[in-house]
Every structure is written in structure tokens, then in C-alpha cells.
Design a binder for this molecule. Structure first.
Ligand code: SAM
Length: 261
């Protein structure tokens, strides 16, 4: 039962202190900063964060780990909570410091936690998040490749994103079956391109990638329920060849399309 629960909660604990330090170094917290740690587990990152940051708040879903962590690192405010639905807006921003988010995220819920953090981006300055390597690479991917998709666009619209570290399974106990990577995300002060209507933009991006093997025009006509000829003509006025595939479009081109469609 315990092993099943551990698997469900993605409990692969970091046992490589060098990797833990490298993750914390990416954000270089100071005593002015507030750090929010997601999924502290047994505290592989928490001790170093507590030593360097002004205030550390940690969200852990497993009650069994919460008590141990409170005893081990008493200066950290450990909250028993689900990071997918926590109210990040409730974090009080330090007067002259940053709000930093750090986490070795559970693989099974890495994407919904990332989505919740991006939705709460106005409360956050920077993040260092360990994810399954494939997911981290999708977030940071540039146009033109197979890994570039709606996750890349929706993340890069709001954050400057790069894969900062690759971490092998041997760095964890128990070792996972996949490789991991740490994403370094800097929240942008505003979306990287001006958007006339954010909801429309999201709908266009989702539809374009819903059927990746179709041409852009075919995917958009099907996804948005618009006549194919209208989509083709609109794409041309936006300066985009309607025969292209969604994965070749930049964020700016998607914004132009969304503005006209
Ligand atoms: N930070 C520790 C480390 O690096 O060793 C633990 C990382 S482990 C991959 C993921 C942690 O997230 C576990 O402690 C797990 O219980 C916790 N967790 C899983 N789902 C969660 C959720 N929805 N909200 C908050 N914590 C969660």
C-alpha cells in the first residue's frame, strides 16, 4: 500500500546533494526573497533553501511527510496542500525581494502544477522546476521541431524558459524510469507579444495543435468550426502560408492569426 501511494505521489527523492545545490543556485535566493517549495518530500532542497532565503513556504500533499519536515526544518512554513489548486495569489510579496518557486515536481502532476503556476504568474518572479525531461524540453522548445507545441507557446508567452540541467535517474531514490530536467523560468512583465484577446489566442493555439498532422488551415477550420476558405484567406492576410504546419509558427505569427480570425 505504501509503495503504491509513493508511486502515485511521484515520490522519487533527490539523493544527490550536488544536484540539489545546483537547483537552488539557479535562483540564488537571498534573505530578501520568499521561496515557495512545491513537494518538499524529505527535504532534499528545503534545508538549503532555508539557509539562504528570507522566508520559505512549502506545499506538501503527503501528511506523513509534513510532520517530519516541520520537525527537521522548523523555520520553514510547511503547508499540507495540493499544489495543483493552491491559492498562489495569497502569497504576500516581500517588500524588496523576489518570489521564487522551486520544486522537484511529481511526474504524474507536473503539467497541471506548471499550469497552475503559470496562471498565478503575477505573484511569481522566477522558478526552477524539475520535471520529466521530455516535458521540460517541450516547455522550452523553439518552433520547427516535434517537441514544439501548445505547452511551449503558452509557457513562453509568459515566461523566458530554458532547460538548465539534465538529471539522470541515479540521482533519485528510488530511481525513476525516465530522465529528468530542471527548467529555469523567468516570468515576463507582460506577454512576449501583445495579444488583442488572450482567450482567442489560446483557442487558436489549441486548435492548431489538436491535429498536428493536418495543415494549419485544416486544423484551425476543424478546431474553430470555421469555413476552410475563410481560414485560408485570413492566414494569408496575417502573412502566414495556410499550408504550413502549426509547429513551424512563431508566437508572433499565432498572435497575428488570432487577431484576425
Ligand atoms: N523535493 C523532494 C526531493 O527532491 O527529494 C521530493 C520530490 S518528489 C519527486 C515529489 C514530492 O511532491 C513528494 O514529496 C510528493 O509527496 C509531493 N507531491 C505529490 N503530489 C503533490 C501535489 N499535488 N501537491 C503537493 N505536493 C505533492
Amino acid at each position: 500500500m505504501r509503495a503504491t501511494k509513493r508511486r502515485a505521489l511521484g515520490q522519487h527523492f533527490l539523493r544527490d546533494a550536488g544536484v540539489a545545490c545546483a537547483i537552488v543556485d539557479l535562483l540564488a535566493p537571498t534573505t530578501h526573497d520568499l521561496v515557495l517549495e512545491i513537494g518538499p518530500g524529505a527535504g532534499a532542497l528545503t534545508g538549503e533553501l532555508a539557509r539562504r532565503a528570507g522566508r520559505v513556504v512549502a506545499l506538501e500533499i503527503d501528511r506523513g511527510l509534513v510532520e517530519g519536515l516541520r520537525a527537521r526544518v522548523p523555520s520553514v512554513e510547511v503547508i499540507e496542500a495540493d499544489a495543483r489548486v493552491w491559492d498562489y495569489g495569497a502569497l504576500a510579496r516581500p517588500r524588496d525581494g523576489r518570489v521564487l518557486v522551486v520544486g522537484n515536481l511529481p511526474y504524474s502532476v507536473g503539467k497541471p502544477i506548471l499550469a497552475a503556476l503559470i496562471a498565478a504568474r503575477t505573484a511569481i518572479d522566477e522558478m526552477a522546476l524539475m520535471l520529466q525531461r521530455e516535458v521540460a524540453e517541450r516547455v522550452a522548445a523553439a518552433p520547427g521541431g516535434k517537441t514544439y507545441g501548445s505547452l511551449s507557446i503558452l509557457s513562453q508567452l509568459y515566461c523566458d524558459a530554458r532547460v538548465a540541467l539534465r538529471v539522470p535517474p541515479s540521482a533519485f531514490r528510488p530511481p525513476p524510469q525516465v530522465e529528468s530536467a530542471v527548467l529555469h523560468l523567468r516570468v515576463r512583465p507582460a506577454p512576449c507579444v501583445p495579444l488583442a484577446d488572450e482567450r482567442r489566442f489560446h483557442a487558436v493555439v489549441r486548435s492548431a495543435f489538436a491535429q498536428r498532422r493536418k495543415t494549419l488551415a485544416n486544423a484551425l477550420a476543424a478546431g474553430l468550426g470555421l469555413p476552410l476558405e475563410v481560414v485560408r484567406a485570413t492566414a494569408r492576410t496575417a502573412g502566414v502560408d495556410p499550408g504550413r504546419r502549426a509547429e513551424t509558427l512563431t508566437i508572433l505569427e499565432f498572435a497575428e492569426l488570432a487577431r484576425r480570425l
